[in-house]
Design a protein around this ligand. Structure first.
Ligand code: TGC
Ligand code: FAD
Length: 387
């Protein structure tokens, strides 16, 4: 297999990082790569992934062991996301949502009772979690959300609709963001089966077909007071969760890029036209050389961001830059690789078309490509161009 650690970044890995990389790569090669095309073609998600990723310690690996996590560092979390996305972005999506968007807010903003009640079951994969921020009328601008939380004597009443929610139709627990009567964004834990709560599936996606996506509909749902996240109010709550998930995606995209690049190298070395391997032509080599250059730049960017994240020094704008750069890099590599396989690039025998279609969602969710550009623009000028 072609070496994709061109600048020997892995020499900087600790024993923990190396172990994480090997175990996740083995699992993805054994359990995901052989079957994922069939799941994606049939628009089904691999149900077995929850229990098996739970056993591997993927969910909330950075959460302390007391709550079911492993207490691992941020670089281990990133390596996990990279190896999972080499299999399929849908698998990484489930791991991102469960870890960064469900376990992280419960750990960071929850009461001790909430942590003990939910985190161990989410860590083991017994519970599936989802995260409700986006609404039908408010995607890039979550601050204008319409979902409402009204306080009564002994409970809250939740009304509203969330849209495009990864894993919502199968979730046991939803971390949902809604505005209270003071227009402050609050986080609530909604459980499957609460009266007035439904989660219909969104069907017919051409992207992330091995992931289930849906809505969250709340029609006068009575939320017990102990289900409110007590230690956060304001939009910064969900945004802090996004920092963690966007960081993981910036690692993950490299996995998809590497899988496409390795496929392209192998195919173009074996495939002959005009009596020569197509990898011997200059135009093919230009594409391959640029791919490994871009992968290497992305690896260096994310390594440094991981170090900063471990030191609690990574800024939201730095995370935006890495998410935007690395996802665009992966999507371009997927598109170029697809062309290099000619007609074979469109069939499921190779992973490229599936990665390419998946990455069209990855470049949109967790903040669109343009929104991340505007976050960088705001950071360097002090002026917000999105308002
Ligand atoms: P703005 O006025 O700038 O900020 C409001 C408050 O939030 C704070 N804040 C942050 N805090 C921590 N980290 C961040 N990244 C933060 N960004 C903002 C800010 O300091 C302020 O706090 P305070 O205390 O002063 O009130 O907010 P805005 O309304 O102008 O919006 C800014 C904007 C556009 C950058 C932001 O809202 C944005 O990033 N929009 C994109 C929305 C998005 O990313 N949605 C993702 C939904 S979840 C998802 O896609 C999951 S996919 C899962 C998968 O399958 O992998
Ligand atoms: P819009 O906000 O309507 O944007 C449409 C276009 O307008 C984009 O190109 C955008 O860049 C551009 N635009 C918007 N505002 C500006 C501006 N000010 N300046 C310039 N251009 C602008 N959300 C969740 O809460 N939880 C989930 O689990 C989740 N999972 C998802 C899974 C999938 C498969 C997908 C596709 C989405 C998911 N999302 C989830 C939603 C995702 O976060 C949103 O789709 C994303 O934030 C963009 O919102 P939107 O689709 O409403 O697009």
């Amino acid at each position: 297999m072609q070496n994709t650690d061109y600048y020997l970044v892995e020499d900087l890995f600790t024993e923990e990082h190396k172990l994480v990389k090997t175990s996740l790569k083995d699992w993805v090669n054994k359990r995901i790569k052989p079957t994922i095309d069939s799941y994606a073609q049939n628009h089904k998600y691999p149900e077995f992934m929850f229990e098996e990723m739970g056993e591997l310690g993927v969910f909330g690996s950075f959460i302390p062991e007391k709550y079911g996590g492993l207490g691992y560092d941020q670089i281990s979390y990133g390596i996990m996301m990279q190896e999972l996305e080499a299999g399929d972005s849908a698998i990484r999506s489930t791991a991102s949502v469960q870890s960064s968007l469900v376990m992280y807010p419960i750990f960071e903003f929850g009461s001790e009772e909430q942590k003990m009640k939910y985190l161990p079951k989410l860590a083991s994969g017994e519970f599936v979690g989802c995260f409700g921020l986006t609404e039908p009328n408010h995607g890039s601008d979550p601050g204008s959300m319409e979902s409402k939380l009204v306080e009564k004597t002994d409970h809250f009443v939740l009304n509203g609709t969330k849209m495009w929610i990864t894993n919502s139709p199968i979730a046991d627990v939803a971390v949902v963001w809604a505005k209270d009567e003071n227009q402050k964004v609050r986080g609530v834990i909604v459980e499957k089966g609460m009266k007035g709560f439904t989660a219909p599936e969104i069907k017919n996606k051409w992207s992330l077909r091995a992931s289930i996506t849906g809505e969250l509909v709340f029609d006068n749902v009575l939320i017990p007071k102990e289900n409110i996240l007590p230690n956060i109010s304001g939009l910064k709550g969900p945004m802090m969760c996004l920092n963690s998930a966007r960081y993981g995606i910036a690692w993950g995209a490299i996995g998809a890029a590497i899988d496409c690049y390795q496929t392209a190298i192998q195919y173009t070395t074996e495939r002959k036209q005009f009596k020569k391997p197509i990898s011997s032509f200059q135009l093919t080599q230009k594409k391959l050389a640029e791919m490994i250059t871009e992968i290497t730049k992305a690896q260096l960017l994310i390594w440094r961001l991981g170090v900063l994240k471990n030191e609690n020094r990574a800024t939201p704008a730095q995370i935006s830059m890495a998410k935007r750069n690395n996802v665009e890099m992966a999507l371009k590599i997927a598109r170029d690789s697809r062309q290099m396989l000619g007609a074979m690039g469109i069939v499921g025998d190779y992973p490229i078309m599936r990665h390419m279609m998946n990455l069209e969602s990855v470049i949109t969710y967790e903040g669109t490509h343009d929104i991340h550009l505007l976050i960088t623009g705001m950071d360097v000028t002090g002026l917000a161009a999105f308002k």
